[in-house]
Write a protein that binds this ligand. Structure first.
Ligand SMILES: Cc1ncc(COP(=O)(O)O)c(C=O)c1O
Length: 394
């Protein structure tokens, strides 16, 4: 269920002239996420996609992403792609799969891993889905047994933070095992909700493609996604992609030769992202972002515990991006009512995405601060009491 923006009850005179009629909310969700006033402000400019200003902005964004990824620009490149994160995951799967003989191993412990499997199915790619329980990280010895079995895959893919539960997978350990047992395979990491806050040694772990998007930990607005790609591998994929718009090699070659996107770029989103990147660096980069998110989550988890909520995932396996709380077993608990009453107070949470356990999810990434988490908890308590639920919950 996606939250619908609530039009401000009465249209103001400015709204009748076509101005914004929507009232912003605090988004405790896996995306879209809250952005800073400066990021929103940055979009108030129309730039031509072939103009010097916009091309310089694109170059700055691509270079900055490599710096954040801590990879050598000699070996890696950042390829931007129009569309949400799913588009870029699909583009990487398509681009790395040869037209003949492709075989993809997908490691799955949640909805986003399942989605990669679905992408392979849509593309008619042969695949192996290795599934694990959704409340735990993938089981490394089981993965290693399969990798060492003698079977060969052209691509291995894994999600870093499974945002459907909050579990963080040991992608670097898996990376080393893939390089050891499947040296020929492209290794893809979907780091959508973790890039910029949870560090990954991309080159050291043998990762060929790491995917994320503008509106996650780097706090831009939605509209494009990107892959940090090992150049040598990317260039070996020419001619693979069956979908023109998802062809990452073509996109890369065009960026390099013209400095431009192939098709209409989300100019406002890219400009906003360059502001988000400057704010990210000025506020202390990855370490500072991780600290803020950790603090946000600590406040959330403690407050939710006091209200009586229990977590789906053991603390040792939870990252600090998003938390799944089990739905309390009480006849008066109704997620839709909770969601809508919280939303009326300007607080947006999310339904669970775990398939086997009923949950609610609360994220703490985006332009959110400790005081926002405290305010959410106050609102949560008010709404639960209003619904007639006992505190602490049973
Ligand atoms: C790990 C992961 N992969 C993929 C996606 C899909 O991204 P999008 O919704 O931007 O298409 C998400 C979205 O939250 C995600 O968290």
């Amino acid at each position: 269920m996606g939250p619908t923006p609530t039009p401000v009850s009465s249209l103001s005179s400015s709204s009748s002239r076509g101005m914004n009629t929507y009232k912003g909310k605090k988004l405790f969700t896996p995306g879209p996420l809250c952005t800073s006033p400066a990021v929103k402000q940055a979009m108030l400019v129309d730039l031509g996609s072939r103009g010097k200003q916009f091309m310089a902005c694109t170059t700055y964004v691509r270079q900055s992403l490599l710096e954040i990824a801590q990879v050598n620009p000699e070996d890696y490149t950042a390829v931007l792609l129009q569309g949400s994160g799913t588009y870029c995951v699909e583009a990487v799967l398509q681009t790395t799969s040869p037209r003949q003989g492709a075989k993809v191993l997908v490691l799955v412990n949640g909805a986003y891993g399942q989605r990669m499997g679905k992408m392979c199915k849509h593309a008619g790619l042969e695949m192996t889905l290795l599934e694990f329980p959704e409340d735990q990280p993938i089981h490394v010895p089981t993965v290693e047994r399969l990798l060492a079995s003698g079977e060969r895959w052209t691509t291995v893919s894994i999600v870093h933070c499974e945002t459907s539960s909050g579990v963080v997978n040991p992608v670097e350990v898996v990376g080393h095992l893939v390089r050891l047992h499947q040296p020929q395979a492209a290794l893809i990491v979907d780091a959508m909700s973790s890039f910029g806050a949870i560090p990954v040694d991309i080159d050291g772990a043998g990762i060929d493609y790491l995917v994320s998007s503008a509106n996650k930990c780097l706090e831009g607005v939605p509209g494009f996604s990107f892959a940090i790609c090992r150049k040598q591998h990317l260039l070996s994929c020419q001619g693979n992609c069956r979908v023109l718009s998802l062809d990452l090699v073509d996109q890369y070659i065009t960026f390099e030769s013209t400095g431009q996107f192939r098709f209409t770029p989300p100019t406002h989103t890219i400009v906003a992202f360059s502001t988000a990147l400057r704010q990210y660096q000025a506020s202390g980069g990855l370490q500072a972002r991780a600290e803020r998110y950790k603090e946000n989550r600590a406040i959330l988890v403690e407050g939710m515990k006091q209200l009586g909520f229990k977590q789906l995932v053991a603390e040792k396996d939870s990252g600090f991006i998003i938390t799944s709380f089990l739905v309390p077993k009480h006849e008066k608990f109704d997620f839709k009512e909770l969601y809508s009453k919280l939303s009326d107070k300007g607080q947006v949470i999310y339904p669970g995405k775990a398939t086997k356990a009923e949950c609610i999810r609360v994220g703490n990434i985006g332009h959110l601060f400790p005081e926002d988490m405290r305010h959410l908890l106050t609102c949560m308590e008010e709404v639960l009491r209003d619904m007639g639920l006992p505190i602490p919950l049973p």
